[in-house]
Design a binder for this molecule. Structure first.
Ligand SMILES: [Zn+2]
Length: 292
């Protein structure tokens, strides 16, 4: 059966119609209506009915605190506080859709057909505006076992450190997100520019990059100690950096005894789905729910 994946971002909503094998048959993209969830639900219902998809598995991914049981979503990037997205869609479609946090959706995309395909114990970390991720434990998404979102970005890696939007101080994402990298590199406005300077051998920027990698690895070491994954996949826009990121992470992890003594068999990979991860993962999540 075909399935539909929807990825709600701060500027646009992406829709994809997928076949049984996970191949994208059709796409749509619409601007995200600001502060108007009812209008957003109308747009989504319009696309779904246009694809004759109201009976298909439908998954919706978005950032923030996403509760599939209550259908409520709190998302800073959308200005939403406990918005009843699930009920709004139910009113229009006459049935439930599956709601998934964006990082979890990306992990499910990688697990169903990408860099983590077939893995039993694996970790996915996404580095972007913030830091997120998820784990596969014993062949199941950890989220399904724990019934809670994974918020790796809010692990505290610096006691008493920089204030975070969550109300704590010293959270991992204040240091290891791509936003943190760009903040650190004065005069640069994107990770692409920074990476180009690293590759050109700009010593000042190379030092900033190494420090950034050190921060990413510090959190990864804690996650290794908790989950003991056989594979770690790194996603988010920065994964497009390719070998330079992978090689830097391998070198960075090599400085930790946790890694060299106990987890040197743990393989580091890059995510493969890029911008499609949200729609693919949302659809994969909807299929999982349908099969249960
Ligand atoms: Zn935080």
């Amino acid at each position: 059966m075909n399935a539909i994946g929807i990825d709600i971002g701060g500027t646009s909503i992406k829709f994809a119609l997928l076949d049984e094998a996970g191949k994208i048959l059709c796409r749509e993209r619409r601007p995200t209506p600001l502060n108007d969830p009812a209008a957003l639900a109308d747009i989504a219902a319009g696309v779904i009915y246009g694809w004759k998809g109201s009976e298909m598995p439908i998954g919706v991914a978005c950032a923030g605190d996403v509760n599939n049981d209550t259908g409520l979503v709190t998302a800073d990037n959308l200005g939403w506080d406990k918005v009843p997205l699930g009920p709004l869609l139910f009113q229009r479609l006459g049935r439930s859709v599956v709601l998934e946090q964006d990082a979890q959706a990306a992990m499910l995309a990688e697990w169903s057909a990408g860099s983590l395909m077939g893995e039993k114990n694996a970790l996915y970390l996404t580095l972007g505006t913030g830091v997120g991720g998820g784990a596969i434990v014993g062949g199941k998404p950890h989220r399904e076992l724990a019934r809670t979102s994974s918020e790796y970005g809010h692990m505290i890696t610096h006691a008493g450190g920089e204030p975070c939007s969550c109300g704590e101080r010293g959270c991992y994402e204040r240091y290891a997100s791509v936003s943190a990298l760009v903040r650190r590199a004065e005069g640069f406005s994107s990770a692409e520019e920074i990476l180009a300077a690293v590759q050109a051998g700009n010593e000042k920027v190379v030092a900033i990059w190494k420090e950034y990698i050190r921060e990413v690895c510090m959190g990864l070491v804690s996650l290794l100690n908790i989950f003991g994954p056989e594979v770690i996949s790194i996603g988010g826009g920065i994964s497009e950096a390719g070998d330079i990121l992978l090689d830097s992470l391998k070198a960075g992890m090599g400085e930790h005894t946790t890694y060299t003594r106990y987890y040197s068999h743990t393989e580091l990979r890059l995510a493969v789905f890029g911008n499609d991860a949200g729609v693919l993962g949302a659809a994969a999540s909807a299929r999982r729910f349908r099969e249960k």
